[in-house]
Design a protein around this ligand. Structure first.
Ligand code: ADP
Length: 466
């Protein structure tokens, strides 16, 4: 299978994948940090509230040793701390700390006296972190964590209790919440964007590989069609050449009927050769539309010769062909042969799907930077829901199939490919039972003198072609 498939869609998918991952990871990290910082803010606010509740005189009247146990101020303080923990179950510990000669000790904590985690008044807090010490020094509240001490791993907030008169830090209120709980809460909140990113990334990856496999399959099919077409072309060229030689040699010896037969063989092999060439052209365009040769060409003579070639077919159906142009020269950058095929396809479709004794008109309108060609008929029309499908290949509308079984549904696919190879646009407007107009727009040739566009090729305007 060909592995080096170059496809715009696949490239966009890759870009989309990277975009989804980048945005998804950024949102996940953002939500994680947001929840974490909100929790820390909440902790600080709660600690501050408790600090506000504390009576400054309480802190002053405590000694920070076993003698406090009988002090009514201590008992009230203890009740307040325990009450605060009860009100908010997320909070594990609240405590009041003091400092004497660089040593941090407990005044009181929220633990009952029979708890293993209870710290009696005066117990030294050896694990005091630099952040906690900085609160005594700088008088600024801080949060820190996760930090580990003998009781567990915590996110902590420390708020100073200051003497308003002197500004001195009397004590510090500390509050701990379980660090793992907070981290899990942050992870749980960011799980949604992380999950959505993962699902999207997986779906995109699956779609990417399915699409790649499909493209590889199409490329293989096209490759084998191309190889077969080359084989058929060389055989057909030999046949056409042989028939031509044979005709030259024995033409005079044959009667009219035999000559007619020989002509038919020659015409059929020529037609078949044309179809095979179309197929090979289509394959080349499909493989790389940018490789189509292009030069400044005048479209009017091409259009006129197309109309002339199809005149007989049209006349047989009683259909008149008109060519109306509001411009003298129609210069676009494209390949003559491909543009001829494009018009042949559009005009022969218009004739094929026209009602007898009607008109098919081709018009060219000159815009500021582009030309718009319209091929209009008064035929069976195209249902609106088929506007896209008819350009996708192997598709024929029901009303077209009802009218004739001649058609492959590949003509417009080829036309669209040609139009896009030369950076044009094609679209259709139609009314079922009333008629259809195909619009094709191409940019004008660039003007070499001033960089703008112009109609470089002069030609006589021919308002009517019948
Ligand atoms: P086909 O060989 O069937 O004509 P095309 O690719 O040229 O294939 O066109 C695809 C389909 O578009 C047709 O089968 C028909 O349904 C519709 N179509 C194209 N041109 C016209 C038109 N001028 N009027 C009505 N239907 C059209």
């Amino acid at each position: 299978m060909p592995n080096n498939i170059k496809d715009k869609g696949l490239r966009y998918l890759k870009v989309l994948f990277v975009l989804v991952l980048t945005v998804g990871i950024s949102v996940t990290v953002y939500v994680y940090l947001l929840v974490k910082s909100q929790n820390e803010k909440f902790l600080l606010q709660e600690t501050d509230t408790v600090a506000q509740l504390l009576d400054v005189h309480t802190a002053c009247s405590l000694h920070g040793d076993a003698s406090d146990l009988d002090n009514p101020q201590y008992i009230t303080l203890k009740e307040k701390l325990q009450g605060a923990v009860k009100v908010n179950p997320n909070i594990r510990f609240i405590y009041l700390l003091g400092q004497k000669k660089e040593r941090i000790f407990y005044y009181a904590d929220s633990e009952p006296e029979d708890s293993k985690e209870y710290s009696p008044p005066g117990q030294v807090y050896d694990e005091a972190s630099p952040a906690l010490r900085s609160v005594f020094k700088n008088k600024e509240p801080v949060t820190e964590g996760p930090i580990r001490d003998r009781w567990g791993v915590w996110i902590s907030a420390f708020v100073p209790v200051t003497d308003k008169a002197t500004g001195a830090v009397l004590s510090v209120v500390g509050m701990d919440i379980d660090a793992y709980g907070l981290i899990w809460a942050s992870i749980a909140n960011s799980a949604m964007p992380a999950l959505a990113t993962m699902i999207l990334a997986i779906l995109l990856t699956i779609y990417y590989f399915l699409r790649k496999r499909e493209l590889q399959r199409i490329a293989m099919k096209a490759e084998s069609v191309s190889i077969t077409s080359h084989e058929i072309r060389s055989t057909l060229t030999g046949m056409a050449w042989g028939t031509e030689l044979l005709k030259e040699k024995i033409e005079k010896k044959l009667d009219d009927e035999e000559n007619e037969l020989l002509n038919r063989i020659k015409n059929s092999s020529d037609n078949l050769l044309g179809t095979v060439n179309d197929l090979l052209d289509l394959h080349a365009l499909e493989s790389d539309p940018r490789k189509a040769p292009a030069q400044a060409i005048d479209i009017c003579p091409i259009l006129r010769s197309s109309l002339l070639n199809l005149e007989l077919t049209a006349r047989q159906k009683g259909i008149g062909l008109d060519f109306i142009s509001n411009t003298k020269g129609v210069c676009i950058v494209a390949d003559k042969e491909k543009i001829r095929r494009m018009f042949n396809n559009l005009i022969s479709n218009a004739i094929k799907y026209s009602k007898p004794d009607t008109h098919v008109s081709v018009t060219c309108e000159e815009g500021r930077t582009s030309f718009v060609f319209k091929v209009t008929d008064q035929g069976i029309g195209i249902p609106e829901e088929d506007y896209q499908k008819i350009f996708q290949g192997f598709y024929r509308s029901k009303n077209a199939k009802d009218q004739t079984n001649q058609g492959t549904g590949m003509g417009l696919y080829y036309v669209k490919m040609i139009v896009e190879a030369f950076h044009g646009r094609i679209w259709v407007k139609s009314k079922v039972g009333k008629g259809t107009t195909f619009f094709v727009e191409f940019q004008r040739c660039p003007d070499p003198t001033n960089g703008s566009t112009h109609s470089a090729v002069s030609m006589a305007q021919k308002p009517k072609h019948a």
